[in-house]
Design a binder for this molecule. Structure first.
Ligand SMILES: Cc1ncc(COP(=O)(O)O)c(C=O)c1O
Length: 390
């Protein structure tokens, strides 16, 4: 039995996933397989670090120092062969916060931002809230059922003289694609050619499945690094989202200064004390736990593939190369997203994200969170199939 088989009751813990379905979906008692956190407890070394800080009993202002920098630096080197200079590190409560600050720092009102839908919806929602125009470089589904980049369209959008920012999602949420070195080099070259700053949201980069490896776009070449702001965090990797501690890496001094000014403007220069301790412990001692987690997630993917093949082959599974989010293609059922959602919530009593949330070209897809014990996965599949066969 794996430690990840344990079912932990998260109800009545103010969990967004478990306690807010009524508020978000309008129904109660549904199995939540939507928002991206895990139903697993964190590495024991992280819990121990938190206990130790709680027992200390003082929670004053915190600014992580050398130990944290070293922990992050050696994590990136060991896991991804990426050597970073600790001078490039700055902190953020979350990645969405970091992206929002970057939009404020690097664009002005009449300027444009490029994203690649279907994609994590805050990318375009936040940009629009900042009243920036968003240009959508739609990903293309090829005949192998994999997303690819339309480079001609990307270049057309980057070459618009008002375009100042490109937001990359690597690995990509919701599809689970890990962009290759070749693909990232093409993106980097185009952004350099047209002088567009890259925000690379690499929050899912430690969750690599089925032998895939991750290339940070900033690791490819010095000139690309100098034009890139990379966002990473232990929040997805180790299930620490509620502790609000993330990292932003900016090797370009001028970009770093501009970003720093905006951090200062909004009072976001330091991070949460417990979050900092958890982050340091996770990067220092969490590796064994992660190495047990990844095969467990792979098994969950295979369960879903097999289950659907047997019970509902019309729904196709896009096997993720990374992350615990699985993109399901339900287009052949010929239902609108609204109809799919109704069936899932009312007939199946299961909550997933519908594809159009990730932009209009996600219509007909569903995003399922598989970071839960196998017994929950099986229950979720039964509910999904009941709903979609109805
Ligand atoms: C690609 C991506 N970026 C950012 C986030 C959220 O990050 P944070 O909670 O640190 O704002 C998520 C959460 O699902 C995500 O998938």
């Amino acid at each position: 039995m794996s430690r990840f088989d344990k079912v932990i009751n998260r109800k009545q813990t103010d969990s967004v996933k478990w306690d807010y379905t009524k508020k978000i979906f309008g129904v109660e008692n549904v199995l939540p397989m939507w928002v991206a956190d895990m139903d697993f407890s964190v590495p024991e070394e992280v819990t121990a670090a938190l206990h130790s800080r709680v027992d200390h009993g003082i929670f004053g202002y915190t600014m992580p120092g050398t130990n944290m920098e070293k922990a992050v630096q050696s994590w990136l080197k060991k896991r991804h062969s990426w050597e970073i200079d600790t001078q490039t590190i700055t902190y953020s409560p979350g990645i969405v916060t970091a992206i929002s600050l970057a939009i404020h720092a690097f664009t002005s009102h009449d300027e444009k931002i490029v994203v690649q839908p279907p994609v994590y919806y805050p990318f375009f929602e936040i940009a629009q809230k900042h009243e920036r125009e968003v240009l959508f470089n739609k990903l293309i589904l090829n005949e192998d059922f994999r997303y690819e980049i339309d480079y001609d369209d990307l270049e057309a959008k980057l070459s618009d003289e008002k375009t100042k920012l490109f937001i990359l999602c690597n690995p990509h949420n919701p599809s689970g694609r890990v962009w290759s070195r070749e693909e990232l080099t093409k993106i980097g070259d185009l952004c350099i050619k047209h002088n567009v700053t890259i925000i690379s949201d690499d929050i899912h980069s430690d969750l690599l499945l089925f032998g895939n490896s991750y290339t940070p776009i900033a690791s490819i070449r010095e000139d690309i690094a100098k034009q890139t702001v990379t966002c990473i965090a232990p929040s997805k990797t180790f299930n620490l989202a509620g502790l609000q501690a993330s990292l932003v890496l900016i090797p370009n001094d001028s970009l770093k200064r501009r970003y720093h000014d905006v951090q200062q403007l909004f009072g976001l220069l330091s991070i949460n004390t417990l979050g900092a301790d958890a982050m340091e412990a996770a990067y220092s001692y969490g590796e064994r736990w992660l190495d047990e987690l990844l095969p467990y997630l792979e098994e969950n993917v295979v369960i879903i593939e097999d289950y659907l093949k047997e019970h509902l082959p019309e729904v196709k599974v896009m096997r993720p190369e990374a992350t615990y989010l699985v993109w399901l293609d339900a287009r052949s059922l010929n239902k609108t997203d609204k109809e799919l959602q109704e069936l899932l919530l009312k007939k199946g009593k299961v909550a997933l994200h519908i594809g159009s949330k990730f932009w209009e070209n996600g219509e007909g897809f569903l995003r399922m969170n598989i970071a839960c014990p196998k017994s929950t996965i099986i229950e979720g599949m039964e509910r999904l199939v009941t709903a979609l066969k109805a």
